[in-house]
Design a protein around this ligand. Structure first.
Ligand code: SF4
Ligand code: SF4
Ligand code: SF4
Ligand code: FES
Length: 363
């Protein structure tokens, strides 16, 4: 056993444990990004940094083992400031957006990209459920809105905005009684009822949102490769096929991990603003495994290595690995494999361990 102090409280701990292990079992909270219990240490993010007052040194608590006489500060000003710097550095390289423009301007905050994904996947039941739950809580009908979402839709850059209100209307047809639907359809086509005073600011909870940073037009097209919609589309949604076709034209400008992102949570916890002038050291790419629906977006990756370590643990091959070294290192499929061939069986577990939206599932 070794005797150590954590935030001025004495503890006895078995040798071989990390500072994080001991602090956690004593009820302290230390933030982590690249650490997961049960996987080997990697210590790349430095978000878990603590100070050892006995040496005046700063150490990553997820890998530093407890030693006799340590006097650990886990929440002082210097420690907090270094953690904040570590998160800021990660964000400086993070070229992505948490929320899609259409959702940001929607007065009801409807999750339009998700609706489009569900429709494109022909999961009409899930699209209806989503629509019903959002309508219940926001109570704003798209028929009464002039279409701020369509005005902000990024698809305009390619040809024309996604016909979001028509898609909403298509879903409404399936959840709202026919007579009421007729009224709504008329209102929609007459477009004579609008929400007064524009989008209601402050309706959406204020959350950290990452900005894309210095994105070239060609990169935008590259990043949006997933978009496979037709260039010439009909604005009328007449049936399931045209609804699916229209939904497929959505470019998914949001991040699929927006509500489940450790990096975003920490940025909020430390009140960090996303830097506008981003570090650019690799082009934006999005890879899709067409067999499993696994998506990898390189500029959301913080190179924490959790996916690689989990792949090794799961012994599934071919899997994800590190490629290159230093600043230009990236997560990739092995050189000799196609992305379509990796992680045939366990991709869901690997997606779940990713602390950002770098790995996600198609739908
Ligand atoms: S990975 Fe996280 S921080 Fe990055 S865009 Fe997605 S939600 Fe935002
Ligand atoms: S392309 Fe899709 S996600 Fe992007 S703004 Fe338009 S509807 Fe929203
Ligand atoms: S893909 Fe995710 S889990 Fe893998 S290194 Fe990047 S951020 Fe970490
Ligand atoms: S969690 Fe310790 S260095 Fe990342």
């Amino acid at each position: 056993m070794v005797k150590i102090k954590i935030n001025n409280i004495y503890f006895e701990a078995p040798e071989g444990l990390t500072i994080l292990d001991v602090a956690k079992s004593a009820g302290f909270n230390i933030p982590t990004l690249c650490h997961k219990d049960g996987l080997p240490h990697y210590s790349s993010c430095m978000v878990c940094i603590v100070k050892d007052n006995s040496t005046n040194g700063f150490i990553p608590s997820c890998s530093a083992l407890v030693q006799e006489g340590m006097d650990i500060d886990i929440s002082g000003e210097e420690v907090t400031s270094l953690r904040r710097k570590a998160i800021e550095l990660l964000l400086a390289e993070h070229r992505a957006e948490c929320e899609a423009p259409c959702k940001i301007v929607c007065p009801a905050g409807y999750n339009i990209p998700l609706m489009n994904r569900l429709l494109a996947a022909q999961d009409f039941e899930a699209a209806i459920k989503l629509s019903m739950s959002e309508l219940n809580s926001a109570g704003i009908m798209c028929t009464k809105c002039p279409g701020y979402c369509e005005n902000a839709c990024r698809r305009k850059k390619v040809d024309m905005p996604v016909s979001i209100r028509n898609l909403q209307l298509f879903i409404s047809q399936r959840i709202i009684p026919d007579n009421l639907f007729q009224d709504m359809a008329e209102q929609h086509h007459n477009n004579d009822i609008v929400i007064e005073n524009g989008p209601k600011k402050g309706k959406l909870p204020k959350r950290f949102t990452s900005h894309i940073g210095r994105l070239e037009e060609t990169e935008l097209q590259e990043w949006l490769k997933e978009c496979k919609g037709k260039v010439l589309r009909s604005r009328e949604i007449l049936n399931k096929n045209s609804a699916v076709g229209e939904a497929e034209s959505c470019m998914h400008c949001d991040c699929r991990a927006a509500d489940d992102c450790r990096l975003r949570d920490l940025a909020e916890e430390f009140s960090i603003k996303d830097p506008r002038g981003k570090l650019v050291n690799s082009p934006i790419t999005k890879k899709i495994n067409h067999n499993t629906g696994l998506i990898f977006e390189n500029t959301k990756c913080i190179k924490c290595g959790l996916c690689v370590r989990l792949c090794e643990e799961l012994k599934e091959e071919p899997a994800l690995c590190f490629m290159h070294r230093g600043f230009v290192s990236i997560i990739s499929e092995p050189l000799t494999e196609e992305f379509d061939n990796i992680l045939k069986n366990r991709s869901k577990e690997v997606i779940a361990i990713c602390p950002t939206g770098a790995l996600s599932q198609m739908k």
